[in-house]
Ligand binder design. Structure first.
Ligand code: PHE
Length: 348
């Protein structure tokens, strides 16, 4: 009887190599441990044995079962490995040489954003980020932008449907959710939470309903800055931005303020820069950002006392700065992920 059980194991071991699919494994197992299997049949013999032999024989049957399981497991492992290998495809030859330099690089917009941020960080600005899905209050009302202002038109700003609800709320009265058209909203959020002095930089993605062309994109990136303290003046703003352009464009870069209008600053300016090492643009005055002194009405929305504090704010488009710095003539290059373009910004 014991020899019979041993023969079963040997039979399984000898036959295992021919089993290479799941159905074949099931069939193979059934010939031993299925209802009509040989081990099942052998174990039924136990009833015919004298009582004192039953425990010994039962133990042998169990041992045999375990040894068969070992065989089944090894078949199972072999089938799984074969399946995995089939999924992974042909083996890779790690000794083959690579055809070109495949090293990745930071996107030019990331590089330029980091450069801008780095300059302001060194002189005490800290980074603050805010949501891209915003409300009219943070993007317009608190920024002294009246309901009739053209920037609030459906043609300029992306509005979410009036019945849109955001988990956690955040909407005041009948105002709408919008995709933020500038990161100035982050400045309001910060001022409502912190007391002056505040010296922050808010980089981030912005959205406007622009028709895409060489210089417009419905989705672009900004870096905006805000400084509020006692006795902040236009001279501080001018000195800051003079320093910024020299760091960014080189020590001969000059700035020029032109009067402009923003609802949230008074006075407001467009700032131009002129420098000698910008290829085609060398020597030309190029507009690079909007800026101005924070309008007292903005302070009243965030609970600051306009008699106690004053501040300046500025905002620039990262794409625009990157285009000027690198002589790029079409904003769409930034978003097409064409390696021939991106590889030109692999410096390190
Ligand atoms: N928020 C303005 C824009 O998006 C830029 C700006 C910021 C202008 C701060 C003045 C002061 O165009």
């Amino acid at each position: 009887m014991e020899a019979e059980l041993q023969a079963l194991v040997s039979q399984a071991e000898a036959g295992q190599d021919t089993v290479s699919t799941w159905p074949a494994l099931a069939e193979f197992k059934a010939t031993f441990v299925g209802p009509n299997g040989s081990l099942t049949a052998a174990s039924k013999e136990i009833g015919k044995l004298p009582n004192e032999q039953k425990p010994v024989f039962g133990k042998k049957v169990n041992e045999t079962k375990q040894r068969l399981e070992v065989v089944f497991d090894s078949i199972r492992e072999r089938i799984e490995n074969a399946e995995l290998a089939a999924k992974l495809g042909p083996q890779v030859d790690p000794s083959l040489s690579v055809s070109e330099n495949q090293q990745g690089t930071e996107h030019p917009l990331t590089q330029v954003r980091e450069k801008i941020i780095g300059i302001f960080r060194k002189i005490g600005f800290t980074l603050v980020e805010g949501p891209e899905l915003e409300t009219e209050f943070f993007c317009f009302d608190a920024l002294n932008t009246p309901a009739s202002h053209p920037a609030r038109d459906m043609q300029d700003t992306y509005f979410l449907p009036a019945d849109f609800v955001l988990k956690g709320g955040g909407k005041r009265g009948s105002e709408n959710f919008i995709m933020r058209p500038h990161t100035s909203a982050v400045q309001i959020r910060t001022m409502t939470k912190r007391k002056p002095p505040v010296r922050i930089l808010s980089p981030g993605r912005c959205f406007r309903r622009d028709t895409v062309d060489a210089t417009h994109s419905a989705n672009f990136h900004q870096v905006e800055g805000l400084y509020v303290d006692e006795n902040v003046t236009i001279r501080d703003l001018k000195a800051l931005l003079d320093h910024f352009v020299k760091e960014l464009f080189g020590s001969d870069a000059k700035t020029r303020f032109r009067p402009s209008f923003f609802p949230f600053t008074e006075p407001s300016f467009e700032m131009d820069v002129q420098t000698s090492n910008l290829r085609k643009l060398s020597g030309k005055w190029i507009e690079i950002m909007g800026c101005g002194m924070v309008d007292p009405n903005v302070f009243s929305h965030v609970g600051y006392d306009a008699d106690q504090v004053s501040g300046y704010a500025f905002g620039m488009g990262v794409e625009r700065i990157a285009m000027i710095l690198h002589g790029i003539d079409d904003i769409r290059h930034f978003y097409q992920n064409d390696l021939r373009f991106l590889k030109q910004f692999q410096f390190a």
